[in-house]
Design a protein around this ligand. Structure first.
Ligand code: HEC
Ligand code: HEC
Ligand code: HEC
Ligand code: HEC
Length: 326
């Protein structure tokens, strides 16, 4: 395989981070037997401590029903790898000719992999160049469509064509209708934050990602409940089933938060605003459910009125809700 995962060395880290590492280490020791008894996947035991994030699979061991239900929502499969099933639901081969730009785009699969290519067309109708890229990830559950991501070294780029599920067609990705951006538009940290469980962009990297670009591909439990390591520990260490019926302050339950903090969780992804501006020194990954979103990210918006509700953007759910009469 071509990807050799150039994993960037992690910085030495603050004392706090080292303490967290030690703590996480002791969690693993403490819980080994309980974890084995519950068949917690090896990956979550052996994986490096990721700021206390353990992944949705680990939650499924004790919250199987919620997990299964969540997987059926669009958030539960907000991103995917290219699988045979997925290939079947995307019509290919397909092509799209952009007359005005003199470009032709093709989508095709080969040996279970999906590719997109772009060709230039000369005045005589002959091809002047062709570039082809393998699609590594698909963004979107397909409610309205699927976007496609290609990986080139440690950079992720958007592919020029997206699949639109209403007409069941490949057509230019949003923003590519009038311009030839080729395979050169980086997938930014802000874009993928809303669509993935936990992504690992390099700070200031404009499309550059860690060797493992996604610790969790689709949106998962911890996007709304915060990191689960401490909860896993407290639930695994209390013995006897009677002790299991209690609430656990170690995990965020949005139902117990002040309403604005609960709303902040959803706003992180469901409110675009006119501009989203990170606080100095912050990255999208720094937001923790249960804390004010504004500590990490400011969403600036020109206030719309009930008489002129926002129409332009596709993700203004939260603001639209506050304007409704209920
Ligand atoms: C070792 C078993 C176990 C694992 C793993 C586990 N939980 Fe729990 N969790 C429980 C038990 C037991 C309760 C308390 C009873 C209940 O609500 O089912 C609970 C309660 C909760 C609550 C309600 C807390 C409250 O105070 O209201 C939330 C939210 C929650 N879990 C989320 C998660 C998430 C998210 C994960 C994965 C990151 C996870 N749990 C992993 C056992 C577990
Ligand atoms: C990490 C970002 C993120 C967070 C946090 C988030 N959402 Fe979502 N949500 C999305 C994305 C992205 C989609 C669209 C998924 C798709 O179609 O690919 C979505 C879809 C939905 C849908 C449509 C689901 C369906 O299957 O019909 C609802 C409803 C929803 N979100 C509600 C919420 C609520 C309520 C919260 C807060 C408790 C929340 N979301 C938090 C990103 C997020
Ligand atoms: C502020 C969060 C946010 C950002 C930033 C964002 N999206 Fe979305 N996106 C959503 C939500 C929420 C939905 C689903 C709800 C809707 O369509 O109104 C969605 C819908 C989609 C869909 C359709 C999914 C489906 O199931 O039909 C695709 C594809 C998509 N976005 C790709 C992208 C790409 C690519 C980027 C970056 C260039 C991006 N989005 C930026 C939140 C976001
Ligand atoms: C989009 C945000 C979101 C995601 C993702 C999410 N939850 Fe929740 N969860 C909530 C909200 C909001 C509540 C509070 C519901 C209420 O008002 O009672 C909740 C409540 C809970 C509770 C409390 C008990 C209950 O049944 O109400 C548990 C346990 C729980 N979630 C586990 C999970 C697990 C496990 C996952 C992953 C499979 C998950 N959640 C994914 C938003 C989310």
């Amino acid at each position: 395989m071509k990807r050799n995962g150039t994993s960037s060395p992690r910085s030495a880290g603050s004392g706090w981070q080292r303490a967290a590492l030690l703590l996480a280490g002791s969690i693993l020791l403490w819980n080994t037997s309980a974890a084995q008894a519950r068949h917690i996947p090896a990956a979550t035991q052996a994986g490096e401590p990721r700021d206390g994030y353990i992944g949705s699979k680990a939650c499924s061991n004790c919250h199987a029903e919620i997990y299964q239900r969540f997987l059926r929502t669009s958030m539960g499969h907000s991103m995917s790898q290219v699988t045979p099933d997925l290939l079947e639901s995307l019509s290919s081969p397909a092509s799209y000719v952009h007359e005005r730009l003199n470009r032709r785009f093709d989508v095709y699969s080969q040996e279970g992999k999906l590719y997109q290519s772009e060709s230039g067309m000369g005045a005589d109708g002959n091809e002047t160049f062709t570039t082809a890229h393998q699609i590594d990830w698909i963004v979107g559950a397909g409610v309205n469509g699927y976007g496609a991501i290609v990986r080139h070294d440690s950079y992720l780029f958007q592919a020029p064509l997206s699949f639109y599920t209403r007409p069941m067609q490949w057509a230019p990705s949003p923003g590519y209708e009038f311009t030839d951006l080729g395979f050169n538009r980086p997938i930014t940290a802000g874009c993928i934050f809303c669509h993935s469980g936990r992504s690992n962009p390099v700070a200031g990297g404009n499309g550059r990602f860690d060797g493992t670009p996604f610790s969790e591909l689709s949106i998962g439990c911890e996007n709304c409940h915060g990191p689960g390591a401490a909860h896993l520990r407290s639930m695994s260490s209390t013995s006897g089933s009677s002790a299991k019926k209690q609430f656990d302050p170690a995990i965020v339950n949005p139902a117990r938060l002040p309403p604005y903090l609960a709303d902040n969780i959803c706003m992180a992804c469901h409110q675009t605003g006119d501009a989203r501006v990170l606080k100095p020194g912050k990255s999208y990954r720094d937001f923790r459910p249960g804390t004010p979103l504004d500590d990490t990210l400011s969403i600036l918006i020109v206030p719309p009125a009930r008489e002129s509700p926002p129409t332009a953007d596709h993700v203004e759910h939260y603001y639209s809700m506050t304007l409704s009469k209920c």
